[in-house]
Every structure is written in C-alpha cells, then in structure tokens.
Design a binder for this molecule. Structure first.
Ligand code: C2E
Ligand code: MG
Ligand code: MG
Ligand code: MG
Length: 277
C-alpha cells in the first residue's frame, strides 16, 4: 500500500505506480492547507432499518474535495493526519459540522436522525480537542440524543486516561457510543465486557465472505445473537446486494449500512432524503 511505502525512506518506482505516487505527493504537500482552504467536506451515509426500509441514523465520513473536483477518500490521507497530529483538528471540524447540521434541522422543524462521528485513537493524544468536542455537545442539550461516536475495536485496545475520561463523560451525558469494525481485529470480548456500547458495527469482511466461506454466515448469526443477548443493537456494514440484505434480515440484524441502500453522499443530497421521510 502506497500510503505506507511513502513513509519509507525510498520507493521503488515503476510506471504503474507513478500516477498514484504523484497523487500521494500532492496529498502530502497540500494536506496542511486542506482545512483552511475549506476543501474538507463531511459526507453522510444513511443507515437503514431493513424491515421498514427507513433511515434510522447516519455516519459522517470525511472527504477531501480537490480544487479540480477530485474526491479523495480518507484511506489516502487519514494515516498522515494521524502521524502528524492533525487528526484531532479534523475530527473536531467533523463533529462541529454535524452539530450545526442537526441544530439547523431541529431549529427549522425538519426531520433529523442521530449522526455518528468517527474518533481516532490519536485524538486522545491531543490535550484540548477531545474535551472541546464534548463541551460543545454539553452546551447544547438538544443535540445530545442525535450525537454518537464510533471508536474502532483496535483503538479500544490502547486507550489512554484521557480517552477513558472522555468516554466516561459521554456515557454519563447519554451521548451514544458505538464499537466500530467489530471482527476486523482482535475481536476482544473483553472490550465488549468492559464498556457499554449502544451499538456494535459488524465489520464488512464477514459480509464480503458470504457465499465464499461457509463459516461466515454462522459467524454473522452468532455475533448478532450475542449482541442481542447483551441488549446491544447491531449495524451490519457493507451490504451491497439484495441477497446480502435478505440474509442479514433473516439473521436479525437491527440496522444495515451499505451501498445497497446508499453510498456516502454530500449534505445537500442527504437533506433531500431526510425531507422525503
Ligand atoms: P468506517 O468508520 O468503518 O466507515 C465505513 C466505511 O465503509 C466508509 O469508507 C464507507 O464509505 C464504506 N462503506 C459503506 N458501505 C459500503 C459498502 O457497501 N461497500 C463498500 N465497499 N464500502 C462501504 P470511507 O468513507 O472511505 O472511510 C474509511 C474509514 O476512514 C472509515 O471506516 C473510518 O475508519 C475512517 N474515517 C472516515 N471519516 C473519518 C473522520 O471524519 N474521522 C476519523 N477519525 N476517521 C474517519
Ligand atoms: Mg465508522
Ligand atoms: Mg466501520
Ligand atoms: Mg472500516
């Protein structure tokens, strides 16, 4: 993967790679200015109740819109932000943008659903931003039922004191907490035992394996029933086909996020979908 190769002191160059390499260099030199130039945008991916086919929540996902209109996915620039310490600034921007979005919808009496924001493990190494994110939500109590945060399973394995404190504050305020990408890493049952989650997001690798690997269906089924046993809801990530959706419904998955229902879309398009609800 080129992101990692770029971090190395040298790179073996060939024609296939040159385009991506040039793109990667562009990303590196422009990233520090992306926020101030207003090039970072929050997209929203609606999450559906597959039984009613209604939108029940959404995930905020960052996109970098280049001046030429190219859309850069977070996989290409988040690792750099995590290394150079700027990720917390970006996550504050995403959380603040989502707050404004929800507040505007509520103030104008339009329909709105809870929106989740991804937090990086590296956010908690920043001295100010994590509390600024929470303080903003505390200051506006009407936002609280609509605000949720996702933290990945692997991030939970290495939380520092600041993260523990912030999660504690979020829980006592009733801000939703989701365990992201469950099943992708260490799949620690200790994490599930030690923290209270509102929702567990089942990593899309199991859905990708359906049909190719006989065990994956059984694993999906048992993770969903374990979650229900604990009183936690499940979002299945990455459903792209009718068959996958039908299977997940049959397994009792509470919610589904995937291209079958919708890709991540700009705010204006998401607003249109909400207005139709
Ligand atoms: P994630 O939090 O697990 O988000 C879900 C990813 O799965 C998104 O990729 C989404 O576009 C993709 N996805 C959803 N449904 C489907 C599907 O049916 N098929 C396929 N192939 N993909 C699907 P995206 O937007 O590229 O984000 C990648 C990761 O980057 C996210 O994974 C999250 O870990 C991170 N990320 C995105 N935005 C932010 C942000 O604002 N802050 C932080 N800290 N991380 C972010
Ligand atoms: Mg997520
Ligand atoms: Mg995820
Ligand atoms: Mg993921």
């Amino acid at each position: 993967n080129l992101t990692n190769e770029y971090m190395q002191p040298y790179i073996v160059f060939n024609n296939d790679m040159s385009d991506l390499y040039i793109k990667q260099c562009m990303i590196h030199s422009n990233l520090p200015y992306a926020l101030e130039r207003n090039e970072l945008q929050v997209f929203y991916q609606p999450i559906y109740d597959p039984y009613t086919e209604k939108i029940v929540e959404a995930e905020a996902l960052i996109r970098w819109i280049m001046p030429n209109g190219d859309v850069i996915s977070p996989g290409l620039f988040l690792p750099t932000l995590e290394k150079n310490g700027h990720i917390a600034k970006v996550d504050y921007f995403v959380s603040h943008t989502v707050n404004k979005f929800i507040e505007d919808r509520l103030n104008s009496g339009r329909h709105v659903v809870p929106v989740t924001v991804n937090l990086s493990r590296m956010d908690f190494y920043d001295a100010k931003t994590p509390s600024a994110i929470i303080d903003e939500i505390i200051a506006k109590s009407s936002l609280r039922p609509y605000r949720m945060f996702e933290i990945t399973e692997s991030a939970y394995m290495s939380l520092n004191d600041r993260a523990e404190e912030m999660i504690g504050r979020m829980r006592s305020l009733g801000v939703g907490l989701l365990l992201d990408d469950f099943g992708s890493g260490f799949s620690s049952y200790g994490t599930i035992a030690n923290y209270d989650f509102d929702i567990i997001k089942l990593d899309m690798q199991f859905i990708r394996m359906l049909g190719k690997n006989k065990k994956s269906g059984k694993i999906i089924r048992s993770i969903i029933s374990m979650a229900h046993e604990l009183g936690v809801k499940i979002v299945a990530e990455g459903a792209e086909t009718r068959e996958q959706v039908e299977f997940l419904k049959e397994c009792g998955s509470d919610y589904i996020q995937g291209y079958y229902f919708s890709r991540p879309i700009p705010q204006s398009e998401f607003e249109k979908l909400l207005d139709e609800c």
